[in-house]
Design a protein around this ligand. Structure first.
Ligand SMILES: Cc1ncc(COP(=O)(O)O)c(C=O)c1O
Length: 394
């Protein structure tokens, strides 16, 4: 048996698709310690630098003192502790929805929510670049799945026409992301809302990479475009800009009550530790405050610095985000460039299949509010020196 796995691993290595874990001996931040080397970290989704923020640490420590370390059971058994309840109220207030529900991860939120929204008699229409958690959730639901090319409104419209013609009684759910995790571009939300209304579909929007980054007080793309009340299921994660861990869904009270009764990843899993909920609530409070707004504006200054230094035209990354892909294409070439950057003192991950399509390997540069201008310029100088032709991609 072990020979069998070895052969499969060798095959992955031969295709430059093998992955291995790296031990990091420090807290997350703009600089991290990795196997004895100090690296400037352009790999994390801790966009606002909250993962090691003293206010969040204090909130978690205080919750450990009061509530201990484990939740003891699933939320419906005896695991709903005060920090979970407070976090959900704070999330609903911040996002302006009737209610919110937290999950142990963004992944769990997706694989729990989609099968609760749609069953085998229903239809799910997925953007081609949707995150794995959304794809897995859609598959688990047993619904008929149709994938539309990335951000392709014409194709989505024809899928909607087909769904209404062939499945007139079914629920139709459109699934997309505000900011695409490996490309950094945005969904055309206004047009998507127009289509969902025209065809009487539901819209699930994963705001994982928009929360904390985009919109008033970091409330996401739907809030920025004034469309929040038209998005039926506002999903996101507490693990990226909010710096902690866990996923969430915000929406109407009946939706949330339905998820409490039907989302299997919520029902059949021990609640997240209360300290995570307390830290996440401190993050929500911070984001809703002037201090949070300052941090978000600082992030956007850093994004602009990186964008200009990389020579991305403004039109190329419409709207923008903290994610900047440098598409190399070949898997081996992407790995080599990531290794060369590591030698120079930068951690930038090479993203390969199956996270992106074969032949679309890339370096994914993420910038945070905690980076300094000089760290950003040093990275870009190294990229241009190591691979000058990358200047033109993006
Ligand atoms: C778009 C998107 N949705 C969901 C997730 C999953 O979130 P989490 O890391 O909290 O499980 C991720 C992150 O990996 C993501 O990029």
């Amino acid at each position: 048996m072990s020979d069998h796995f070895q052969a499969q691993l060798d095959e992955l290595r031969a295709q430059s698709l093998h992955r291995k874990l790296r031990e990091i001996g420090s807290a997350q931040g703009p600089e991290i310690q990795i196997v004895g080397q100090q690296l400037v970290n352009f790999s994390s989704n801790d966009y606002l630098g909250l993962a090691n923020d003293p206010v969040l640490r204090q909130a978690a420590t205080a919750a450990v003192e009061e509530f201990g370390v484990g939740a003891g059971a699933s939320r419906l058994i005896s695991g709903t502790q005060s920090p979970h309840v407070r976090l959900e109220s704070a999330l609903a207030k911040w996002k302006g929805t009737q209610a919110a529900l937290c999950f142990s991860s963004g992944y769990a939120a997706a694989v729990g929510t989609l099968p609760a929204l749609a069953g085998k008699q229903d239809v799910i229409l997925l953007d081609k670049l949707s995150h794995a958690s959304l794809i897995d959730g859609a598959k688990l639901s047993g619904a008929t799945i149709r994938v539309f090319p990335h951000n392709h409104l014409g194709k989505l419209e024809s899928h909607l026409e087909w769904a209404r013609r062939e499945h007139p009684e079914s629920r139709v759910v459109i699934v997309t992301e505000s900011v695409f995790s490996m490309d950094g571009n945005r969904a055309p939300l206004r047009e998507l809302v127009g289509l969902k209304k025209r065809f009487g579909a539901l819209l699930l929007l994963d705001e994982a990479h928009a929360i904390g980054v985009i919109g008033p007080h970091g409330r996401g793309l739907a809030a920025e475009e004034g469309l929040a009340k038209h998005v039926d299921v506002q999903m996101g994660t507490l693990s990226k800009a909010l710096g902690v861990s866990g996923g969430y869904v915000c929406g109407s009270r009946p939706l949330i009550e339905w998820l409490v009764n039907r989302a299997r990843s919520f029902i059949f899993s021990t609640a997240p530790p209360p300290a995570f909920a307390a830290a996440a609530m401190a993050a929500v409070d911070l984001l809703a405050s002037p201090l949070g707004e300052d941090r978000r504006l600082l992030l956007w200054e850093r994004i602009e610095t990186l964008r200009k230094a990389l020579n991305f035209g403004a039109g190329k990354v419409q709207g923008g985000s903290a994610i900047h892909p440098l598409v190399v294409g070949d898997e081996q070439a992407a790995l080599q460039l990531a290794r060369a950057l590591q030698v120079e003192g930068f951690l930038v991950p090479a993203i390969r299949y199956p996270t992106v399509a074969k032949g679309a390997a890339r370096l994914r540069v993420t910038v945070t509010a905690s980076h300094t201008e000089s760290q950003i310029h040093a990275l870009v100088e190294a990229i241009h020196r190591l691979q000058p032709e990358l200047k033109a991609t993006g």
